[in-house]
Design a protein around this ligand. Structure first.
Ligand code: ADP
Length: 475
């Protein structure tokens, strides 16, 4: 439906633009032709008038040779050129001396202004309407001068008027206009049709893309729109849509995986909880036994609560609802508290924890979140360290950033797994981490906290040799 409407729009636009262009072009042609024809006629009239000024007709009106007819004389002097022309010789007062036969019945009126100008030696053109003539007549009023040797100036002796009917010009223009009026709509019709076909041809692949795109749903995100392979707009559109579908497929798969992970993570504590309750209900028990069962159950409830809270926090972060409240805080304080917590965590595996802070570092940060971030990384370092291992915490500041690196010599991470570390629910090896492992949400939250503080987390690790997590925070 949409492609059809674009086709109609394009055709209408093409029609309007070409219509305007052809109209302007026709007007220009008509105007140029009309001007050229009139200029040519004016030139012709002037050349006849000039020729007459050198003929016997230039003599004063009173002394003109009456015996010979002016038509014969003109015929004799100029031949064909004067046929059909209205010619009269007048003096400066406007009295007509000689005139061609065609002016005998109807006099050619003398324009006063033209007469005045001609008396001063200036030639003028006028278009006048004759009683006898259907078409207007173009007239040149031209002075006939003679050189006065006393004053050494040209003086006007007579005035010649040469007129010609505009019939031919008007006829030509009329015919030309008729041709234009027939040709322009015809050309417009052809242009509109070709525009319609071109738009249809250009939009045909769009229709096929729409058809293929409609078939793609959440169930068959593996499908792609057939690529024509052409390096044109349609080819690029197909490529862009296919890329978009690929991204959608990745997001959709992640979402499915995420839902599966959430269910799985919640199912384990729920199963343990249910198992515990089932066992408790099988027989009557002493208050001490009930207390023991309830205490073990509360652990699983706490675990579920932590997962749900973490997920809620990440979901809020995804929606852009940041709950970060930044204030001035001392990183040295935070890290010395962290060392104490790490020492307690490390006791069980006899891990030694070292802290080295190179300078006094003050941050604008959400202290609680920053503490949460470091504790998570340090507890991972302890969790994934071997018995009698070492954990080193080094802090320094550089170029407006604080860097805290937490290094352990534990089990390390495979290079292939490093890019996925910050994905939600990612755990390198669920079997390997076993009971030790958390939900796999910790590092996602750490990354989010670091980003909220204008920083990031960088990881270097070697399988079997240990890992270094470097936290970068804007000061
Ligand atoms: P978890 O709560 O499972 O520790 P995290 O998001 O904190 O989740 O960590 C994701 C995974 O990254 C862990 O399951 C673990 O496999 C791996 N990991 C994190 N820190 C370390 C470390 N210091 N040494 C080795 N593996 C680590």
């Amino acid at each position: 439906m949409r492609s059809r409407s674009i086709r109609v729009k394009l055709t209408i636009l093409n029609f309007i633009i070409m219509g305007l262009f052809l109209s302007a072009f026709s007007y220009l042609l008509y105007f140029t032709l009309s001007n050229t024809l009139r200029q040519e006629l004016d030139q012709k009239l002037r050349s006849i008038a000039e020729a007459i000024t050198t003929s016997p007709l230039r003599l004063p009106v009173s002394s003109l040779h009456k015996s010979r007819n002016i038509d014969e004389m003109l015929d004799y002097v100029m031949g064909m050129r004067t046929y059909g022309k209205f010619i009269q010789i007048i003096d400066r007062s406007g009295t007509v001396g000689e005139r061609t036969k065609n002016l005998e019945t109807h006099k050619m009126p003398v324009n006063k202004e033209a007469l005045l100008k001609a008396s001063k030696g200036i030639a003028t053109y006028n278009t006048i309407q004759f009683v006898s003539e259907k078409y207007p007549v173009r007239v040149i009023t031209y002075p006939i001068t003679k050189f006065n040797s006393l004053t050494r100036k040209n003086i006007v002796t007579n005035i010649v008027q040469v007129g010609s009917s505009l019939e031919n010009i008007e006829d030509t223009l009329e015919r030309f206009l008729l041709i234009l009026l027939l040709l322009v709509p015809f050309a417009l019709l052809i242009i509109s049709f070709s525009g319609w076909f071109m738009a249809s041809w250009a939009l045909k692949p769009v229709a096929s893309i729409t058809k293929s795109a409609r078939k793609i749903t959440a169930e068959n995100l593996k499908e792609r729109i057939k690529d024509t392979g052409a390096d044109d707009e349609i080819g690029r559109l197909t490529e862009t849509i296919n890329d978009m579908i690929s991204r959608l497929e990745v997001s959709f798969n992640q979402l499915v995986q995420f839902s599966a992970d959430v269910s799985h993570e919640l199912r384990t504590p729920l199963t343990i909880l249910k198992g515990g309750i089932d066992v408790a209900l099988r027989q009557r028990r002493s208050p001490e036994e009930y207390e023991e069962i309830l205490l073990s159950n509360i652990e699983e409830v706490n675990r579920m609560q932590r997962i749900v809270e973490d997920l809620l926090m990440l979901a809020r972060a995804d929606m852009g609802e940041s709950c970060i409240k930044k204030e001035r805080c001392d990183l040295n304080n935070i890290l010395s508290d962290l060392k104490q917590q790490a020492d307690i965590l490390a006791l069980e595996k006899n891990i030694s924890v070292a802290l080295d802070v190179k300078s006094v570092i003050i941050l604008m940060a959400d202290e609680l979140r920053i503490r949460q971030l470091f504790l998570n990384i340090v507890s991972n370092a302890v969790k994934y360290s071997n018995q009698d291992g070492n954990v080193q915490i080094v802090a320094y500041d550089e170029d407006g950033f604080a860097y805290v690196s937490i290094k352990d010599d534990g089990i390390g991470i495979d290079t292939e797994d490093i890019p996925h570390l910050f994905n939600r629910f990612f755990r390198v090896d669920k079997v390997r981490t076993g009971d030790e492992g958390g939900s796999g949400l910790g590092l996602s939250i750490c990354k989010w906290i670091a980003k909220e503080h204008g920083g990031d987390i960088l990881v270097k690790s070697e399988l079997g040799a240990g890992s270094t997590f470097t936290v970068k925070l804007a000061c």
